[in-house]
Write a protein that binds this ligand. Structure first.
Ligand code: NSS
Length: 429
C-alpha cells in the first residue's frame, strides 16, 4: 500500500511503500537506521542485515543524504519514536542518487544556510516552522470564515501609501509612478463599506533600510476591516483571533512544536482577554525603570520588550500620540492629541505583532490630515468618497504573519519564518 509518513498509523503491522528522501543515516555491521522524510513528516527506517540479506543491507549502508527513494517496509508502533511509529525496511528503490549534498548534519553558519535556503527548507526544523506557519494561515481563514468575514484581495500595485512615505517600494507603472503595497488597509476600508466585515491576506512591501531581527522587506499581513465597529470592539476581535490561532497550533502542531523545543506552557497561557496599558502609562513605566524616553516618542524594540516582560500574555498598548501614528487614525473623543489605536506586543520579547485603530470617519478632519501629512488629494480622492457617501464608524487592524510565526515557534530572527526571506542585501535565492 502506497502511503505517506503522516498516515502510517493507519497501517500498523502492514507493509507500505513510502516515497521520500534520506535525511540522515547511522549504521553498524548488522543494522542501519535511516532517517526518512517525505514532506508530511519524518520516520526512522530500520534495516536489519539478518532480515533483508546482504544486497539490500549494503544498498542501505551506501545511501547518500537527500537521495530520493521508494522504501518498502512494515509499520511498527514504537513509543520511543517522536511520531509513535517506525518502519522495518524490507526493500529500497533509489529514484535519484544525490551526490555531495551541501547541508550536512554538522553546524553551518547563517549566511551559508541562507545561500542554500532552497535546500535548507528540507531540514526538520525548517519543516516544523513551515507547518506551523501553515496552521496559522489555516486557522486565520477558519476564524474569519466562522465569524462572518468575507475575504477580499486588495491590489499589490498602488498609487498611494497607507503607512507614510519613508519606506515605499517604488516601481514604474508604464508612464506612471507606482508603489508595491505597504498595506491593503485603505482598499479594505472601501471593501468594508461594500461587504461589512472583510479580511485580506497578502504580501506587503516595505523598503526598510534598517537591519533588525524583526523586519522583512516583503512580509505577509492579515488585515481585517469592520464597518460599525469601534476601537474597543476591534480589540475584542483581535484577542479572540490571536487566541484561536495559538490554540489551533497547540492542538494541531504538537510534533512540530516539540521538534522546535518550544516551551508549551508559555503558549497555553494565551487565552483572551489580553491586558491593556495606555501609551501614557507605558511611558511612565519605562521612565520609572530607567529608560530614557519622553512622552511623544515612539517605542523601540527594547522598550517593547521591557513592557512585555511584565505580562504573560500579549499586551495592547493603546492611545498613542497622533503625531507618531498614521494619518487615518481617529482622535480620542476626550483628548485629541492621542488616537484610538493599539499595538499588540507579543510576550517573551517577540515585539509588535498587530497594529490597529478606529479610522477617521469625518470628511473634514480627514481632509485636514491630508494637508498636515502632505498627501495629494488626487491620489486619495477615492478614499474621501468613503466619508462622502454613508460614512460609518469603522475599525481594523493588521497582523504581521512572520512576527507571529517567530513568536509561536520561538525563533530568534524573522528570516526563518518565511520560505524565501527578502532582507536588506538579500534577494537570493
Ligand atoms: O504598520 S503596521 O503597524 N500597520 C499597518 O500597516 C496598518 N495599515 C494595518 C491595518 O490597520 N490594516 O503593520 C502591521 C503589522 C505590524 O504590527 C507587524 O506585525 C507587521 O505588520 N510588520 C512587519 N513585519 C515584518 N517586517 C516588517 N518590515 C514589518 N512591518 C510591519
Amino acid at each position: 500500500m502506497k502511503t505517506t509518513i503522516s498516515q502510517v498509523g493507519k497501517y500498523t503491522d502492514q507493509e507500505v511503500v513510502i516515497g521520500g528522501w534520506l535525511a540522515n543515516k547511522r549504521s553498524s555491521g548488522k543494522i542501519a537506521f535511516l532517517q526518512l522524510r517525505d514532506g508530511t513528516g519524518f520516520i526512522q527506517g530500520v534495516v536489519v542485515k539478518a532480515e533483508v540479506g546482504e544486497e539490500v543491507f549494503s544498498q542501505a549502508k551506501n545511501l547518500t543524504q537527500e537521495s530520493s527513494l521508494y522504501v518498502t517496509g512494515t509499520v511498527r508502533s514504537d513509543e520511543r519514536a517522536p511520531s509513535g511509529f517506525e518502519l522495518t525496511v524490507t526493500g529500497i528503490e533509489v529514484i535519484h542518487e544525490a551526490v555531495d549534498y551541501p547541508i550536512t548534519p554538522k553546524e553551518h553558519g547563517t549566511e551559508f544556510l541562507m545561500d542554500h535556503r532552497h535546500l535548507w527548507l528540507r531540514s526538520k526544523r525548517q519543516h516544523a516552522v513551515m507547518k506551523i506557519r501553515n496552521e496559522l494561515i489555516r486557522s486565520t481563514y477558519e476564524f474569519f470564515n466562522e465569524n462572518g468575514f468575507v475575504k477580499v484581495d486588495p491590489p499589490i500595485l498602488t498609487g498611494s501609501s497607507a503607512e507614510g512615505t519613508t519606506n515605499l517600494f517604488h516601481t514604474k507603472y508604464f508612464d506612471e509612478d507606482a508603489y508595491l503595497s505597504q498595506s491593503g488597509q485603505l482598499y479594505m476600508e472601501a471593501a468594508a463599506m461594500a461587504l461589512g466585515k472583510v479580511f485580506s491576506f497578502g504580501p506587503t512591501f516595505r523598503a526598510e533600510k534598517s537591519k533588525t531581527r524583526r523586519h522583512l522587506i516583503e512580509f505577509w499581513m492579515i488585515e481585517p476591516e469592520m464597518a460599525f465597529m469601534d476601537h474597543e470592539e476591534s480589540l475584542q476581535v483581535q484577542e479572540q483571533y490571536v487566541t484561536h490561532m495559538i490554540q489551533s497550533v497547540l492542538k494541531n502542531c504538537q510534533l512540530e512544536l516539540k521538534a522546535l523545543g518550544r516551551d508549551l506552557s508559555k503558549l497555553e497561557n494565551i487565552v483572551a482577554p489580553f491586558p491593556r496599558i495606555t501609551y501614557d502609562d507605558a511611558i511612565k513605566f519605562l521612565q520609572e525603570n530607567g529608560h530614557e524616553i519622553e512622552w511623544g516618542e515612539d517605542f523601540g524594540a527594547p522598550h517593547e520588550t521591557a513592557i512585555a516582560e511584565s505580562f504573560e500574555k500579549p499586551v495592547f498598548i493603546t492611545n498613542y500620540p497622533a503625531e507618531i501614528k498614521a494619518f487615518y487614525m481617529k482622535p480620542h473623543p476626550e483628548r485629541s492629541e492621542v488616537v484610538l489605536c493599539a499595538d499588540l506586543i507579543a510576550p517573551e520579547g517577540y515585539g509588535e505583532i498587530i497594529g490597529g485603530s478606529q479610522r477617521i470617519d469625518d470628511m473634514d478632519l480627514l481632509k485636514q490630515r491630508y494637508d498636515e501629512h502632505n498627501l495629494s488629494e488626487d491620489a486619495y480622492k477615492w478614499y474621501l468618497d468613503l466619508r462622502r457617501y454613508g460614512s460609518v464608524p469603522h475599525s481594523g487592524f493588521g497582523l504581521g504573519l512572520e512576527r507571529t510565526v517567530a513568536w509561536v515557534c520561538g525563533l530568534e530572527h524573522v528570516r526563518e519564518t518565511i520560505p524565501f526571506p527578502r532582507l536588506l542585501n538579500r534577494l537570493y535565492p
